[in-house]
Design a binder for this molecule. Sequence first.
Ligand code: BTN
Length: 316
Amino acid sequence: MREKVLKLLEESDDYISGEMISNKLSISRQSVSKHISKLNEMGYHIEAKHKKGYKYHKVDDIYNKYEIEKEIDNKFNIIFLDSVDSTNNYAKTIAEDKAVIIANTQTNGRGRLGRSWYSEKDKGVYLSIILKPDISVEEAPKLTLLSAAAMLTALRKLTDLDIKIKWPNDLVLKNKKLAGILTEMSLELGSINYIVVGIGVNVGSYLFPDDIKDKGIFLHKYHDISRKEIVVSFLKEFDILYHEFINGNFKTVIDISKEYSVILNKDIKIISKEERIVRAVDIDENGHLIIINEQGERENIFYGEVSIRGLYDYVD
Ligand code: BTN
């Protein structure tokens, strides 16, 4: 009902009386006034004037379920939380196809390889998408590349920043980490029950803790852009690439991954059980990284338990 009140206010160019709203929506005047107080608390600006009624004033940076849903044609079911341990954890309790969990903060944000993901309140995009594609387990990691490609495209369209992909799951800006992806899946009798793709983007001015201060970067350092714009644009790009993918076309994702790769044609360090220094030369049609190994031979690197670093720094 609150959304209906908001919609009426948004659609009216001038003041609209409490009586008119109450008649149109068949709710009491008291209930109208309660919804309006709540909307103001949520960050909207609704002015109340004696004898005239209420007037909606546009506020640019509102980040909530309603504002996001308005712009994505009901393609995803948005669940918006102020605080949660981890949007990936929450997603697993729902396991509903195309639901997107978004939070203002995470108390236990998780990264790859058991690391944590710093999730400062109101400063980042922390979201997880639940998917139930009819694909084999081997294909599931492609969704990490797909999500990275979707976020890269979204951010490049919204900003003029030279954002790159560090295969397979990071976005980098000026050789520092801007976003990370954690893809997890639930299997049932060897086939996919659901997949959760979790993405964290550093947006606002971050008070990074000491251990990541030198490795991380946030968007507002260079470009002022709202979290809502990022989420909306990402979901639109994701929807396009995901439909292509489930219809058997993964080429756009590969093209984006190659064009904006920050590691191709560079010597890199691959960290798994041991460290190796190799040359990254290509990404194949399945999204695997092709390297020239220590013996000068071509080798396929699968996604999974590897970390990639530059020789001297996070990337370079
Ligand atoms: C990484 O780079 O190690 C992956 C980071 C993934 C962070 C996101 S934030 C939203 C989602 N929920 C989590 O707990 N983690 C992912």
